[in-house]
Design a protein around this ligand. Structure first.
Ligand code: CS2
Ligand code: MG
Length: 412
């Protein structure tokens, strides 16, 4: 089972996706997601120029050796571009191995540890009434856990507010919040931490009054707070019993979470922008988080993320894999197979892709009553329609950035 073809496919149905397709000399093919929102072409170049030439002629069954070869032979280690490229190779090889075995991938990862995967969706609004409507529409779509993002009075823009709500026959009202805006330059947004910290507790108080104490609610602070501001947010949201608060503070400074932990018992989720186990060393060992957010797509694939999650499991930390629309259906399927097999599964983020994306990626995973089901097709259960993909060429798109009132650039 020798790799004799490697294709890097860029397509932009609802948004840009990068997919690696590997084919072996006995006709098996596998897919891997290499999408890095706003930096897609960097991963395309890394794959085409520096990885694909190394793959042709390699034994497709040697997944661990291929991972170690690509990671260590590059000399320069870690980082989102490298680890997304390695992830795509890794998942494509697992897809091939599972197809060769005639099994769904989760069976090769230890089999199912649960029947399905609890998922959460993104509710949002500019006002509490809009937020309530968004929560209700997500409940109608079956979601049993819901992330709540709110506009903040005085701010013109903020992360997480759906740009539009579209109705799709088989999916109901879909809030398409794709933060990467198409254009030659990133958009500038505004930010005011004090206004945010004053407003968010009032939103969750109103949501709890409207929806009661039981509904699992999540919130994403999106990397913007200092450690003491993060501690204040965590403490102020304790009365509303959140399932988690995500990315309260930029976690490159892992020690910052020691201070946050001293002040609040709100569960913490970190890691969607991490890409190796080394990013988690201290915060897992000192139990400074409760959920580990990495996506298969950004963290070196199944092979590496499984190791990170096994490390996290020793500290009773659970998975909360990143799953916005910039994780392609290939990346989502890989996450589902891994999430089904591991013991310390927590929750899966699930933003439904649009109809055009579904026309490019034929998916066999299913969604029912708030749960995701990986399916039992051999491999990861996703196929890519090359002709359909060719209808949607790449469109430059960048994530926004923030500036404070005095013009200082701030984390977005
Ligand atoms: C967000 C993402 O889903 C989340 O938790 O943080 O939407 C993030 O903004 C995008 O993935 C960035 O590409
Ligand atoms: Mg997030």
């Amino acid at each position: 089972m020798i790799i004799d073809k490697a294709e890097v496919i860029v397509t932009s149905p609802d948004r840009n996706f990068v997919t690696l397709k590997l084919t072996t000399d006995d006709g098996l093919s596998g897919l891997g997601d290499a999408t890095l929102n706003g930096r897609e072409l960097a991963v395309v170049a890394y794959l085409r120029e520096h990885v694909v030439p190394l793959l042709i002629g390699r034994d497709a069954s040697s997944i661990e050796d291929t991972w170690q070869f690509l990671y260590r032979s590059a000399y320069w280690r870690r980082g989102p571009v490298t680890m997304a490229a390695i992830a795509a190779v890794d998942v494509a090889l697992w897809d091939i191995k599972a197809k060769a075995a005639g099994m769904p991938l989760y069976q090769l990862l230890g089999g199912a540890s649960r029947t399905g995967l609890l998922a959460y969706g993104h509710a949002s609004g500019k006002t509490n009434d809009e937020i309530f409507d968004s929560i209700r529409s997500h409940q109608e779509q079956g979601y049993k856990a819901i992330r709540v993002q709110s506009a903040v009075p005085g701010l013109n823009s903020i992360y997480g507010i759906a740009s539009n709500a579209t109705f799709e026959a088989n999916k109901g009202v879909r809030y398409d919040h794709e933060p990467a805006q198409r254009g030659a330059l990133p958009n500038e947004e505004d930010w005011d931490t004090r206004a945010y910290l004053r407003h968010i507790p009032t939103v969750f108080e109103a949501v709890r009054i409207e929806f009661g104490a039981e509904l699992p609610l999540l919130h994403d602070a999106h990397h913007r707070l200092t450690p003491i501001q993060a501690a204040r947010l965590g403490k102020s949201l304790e009365p509303y019993d959140l399932f988690w608060i995500e990315d309260l503070t930029p976690a490159e400074n892992q020690e910052a979470l020691r201070l946050v932990r001293q002040h609040t018992t709100s569960p913490l989720a970190i890691g969607e922008i991490f890409n190796t186990v080394w990013d988690y060393q201290l915060i897992i060992r000192e139990q400074l988080i409760d959920y580990e957010r990495s996506a298969v797509t950004h963290t070196g694939g199944i092979t590496h993320l499984k190791k990170v999650l096994e490390f996290a499991a020793q500290y009773q930390i659970k998975s909360g894999m990143h799953g916005p629309t910039d994780i392609s259906p290939v990346g989502m399927a890989a996450a589902m197979h891994l999430g089904l097999a591991i013991h310390n599964f927590g929750i899966q983020e699930y933003m439904m892709h649009g109809a055009k994306t579904d026309s490019v990626f034929e998916q066999s995973f299913t969604w029912n009553d708030g749960m995701l089901y990986a399916g039992d097709k051999p491999g990861i259960g996703v196929e890519l329609d090359l002709d359909e993909a060719g209808r949607y060429p790449y469109v430059q798109a960048y994530l926004p950035y923030n500036r404070l009132a005095d013009g200082t650039v701030h984390d977005w």
